[in-house]
Design a protein around this ligand. Structure first.
Ligand SMILES: [Zn+2]
Length: 373
């Protein structure tokens, strides 16, 4: 029991250090500050519905997930808009469940005609969106996405550079998302400013969001508020995987913060986030102390369920006796920290592969708890 208490004390200390060293940008604390406001909005719409607290949590989760692409002044308006959307989508879900229940009862009922209508509508919205691109944008995008032509080949054809083509492709994708959503929702933007705002959101360009006063616009323009959510979610860069080189002590802090940030996009509670950050700390410290150099790869997993996987690799001397290193009585460095046995206890899955003279790989996973657990 004494060992467990010692572990808890250590965990709390790490957490306090991290708060003090928190870098600029949105943190979980910024999002936590939004809780009273989000709760007011949700309760104003659903009263004391049993799902109210879930809706508050869902809103905060989405705001946290989108926060890397949101400029600081926009966090609050975005939270307001998100809360509204989350409440609205709950009613849609309830409605859908009713319909599906009916289908389960009567299996002989063929697919309702609206399924095909939905597919047709999606295709026609995409066609409309593509038609709103310029000829050159459309050709470059389709060559790249459909035919698989690489950016260097496209650059040679356009008399440009691969980097410029890649940037152009990103802008085109951002525009296509905006036009697709507008066409699918059959919305003609009510103001001149709308497309500029939507494009700034879609590309995740924070400077541009400020320039076009996106925050203010979302609060005043109902159609743009409705589209902002899918845009911010889809506009996020694909950064559900991070590789952090680890050589010195500051790298440990970087790796820990990065892992925590990625993990916070899943439904991990504060305790699990601290546990994950602590485990990353420990494996990084092993790299710095014993191998000198290595890397940590942090991966968000979707299958078999949602979770975070951390792989720590080094090319150091290796661990001669892995069994012994995992023995609870064994301490790698004078009793400081948790050591590998402690890390193994913190995580749901843990594996070490080590080859003396060639290095060590630690692979560990923490699963998001299922809703009903
Ligand atoms: Zn608008």
């Amino acid at each position: 029991m004494g060992r467990v208490e010692g572990t808890v004390g250590y965990v709390e200390r790490v957490s306090a250090t991290e708060r003090a060293g928190s870098r600029s940008g949105h943190s979980a604390e910024d999002v936590a500050d939004l809780i009273p406001m989000v709760r007011r909005i949700v309760h104003a719409r659903v009263g004391s519905h049993p799902a109210a607290e879930d809706l508050v949590q869902e809103t905060l989760t989405r705001v946290l997930a989108a926060s890397p692409t949101i400029e600081p002044g926009m966090l609050e308006p975005y939270a307001i808009v998100t809360a509204r959307n989350v409440v609205a989508s709950m009613w849609r879900d309830v409605d859908r469940k009713h319909r599906n229940q009916h289908r389960v009862v009567d299996l002989s009922t063929p697919d309702p005609p609206e399924t095909q209508v939905l597919l047709d509508e999606e295709q026609s919205a995409m066609a409309t969106a593509l038609a709103r691109l310029t000829e050159r944008e459309r050709r470059t995008l389709l060559d790249h996405e459909v035919k698989g032509t690489d950016t260097r080949t496209l650059a040679a054809r356009e008399g440009s550079t691969a980097g410029a083509v890649a940037a152009q492709l990103n802008r085109t994708r951002a525009r296509l998302r905006v036009e697709y959503l507008l066409a699918a929702a059959q919305i003609e933007p009510p103001t001149e400013q709308c497309r500029a705002v939507l494009l700034a959101l879609s590309s995740g360009d924070q400077r541009r969001q400020r320039e076009v006063h996106a925050a203010q616009h979302l609060l005043e323009c109902e159609p743009c508020a409705g589209l902002s959510q899918p845009l911010l979610e889809r506009g996020q860069p694909r950064d559900d995987r991070l590789t952090i080189p680890v050589t010195t002590d500051p790298d440990i802090v970087t790796a820990r913060g990065a892992a925590r940030e990625l993990a916070s996009r899943l439904a991990f509670g504060p305790t699990d986030l601290t546990v994950i950050a602590t485990a990353v700390s420990e494996v990084c410290r092993n790299i710095v102390r014993f191998a000198g150099t290595g890397e940590v790869v942090v991966n968000l997993l979707e299958v078999p369920r949602r979770g975070i996987q951390i792989v720590a690799r080094d090319g150091g001397p290796g661990i001669p006796d892995v069994e012994r290193a995992l023995d609870d009585g064994f301490s790698t460095y004078g009793g400081l920290g948790l050591g590998l046995p402690g890390v193994r206890r913190l995580m749901d899955e843990f594996a070490i592969a080590s080859e003396p003279g060639h290095g060590t790989t630690v692979t560990m996973t923490k699963w998001e708890k299922a809703d009903h657990e």
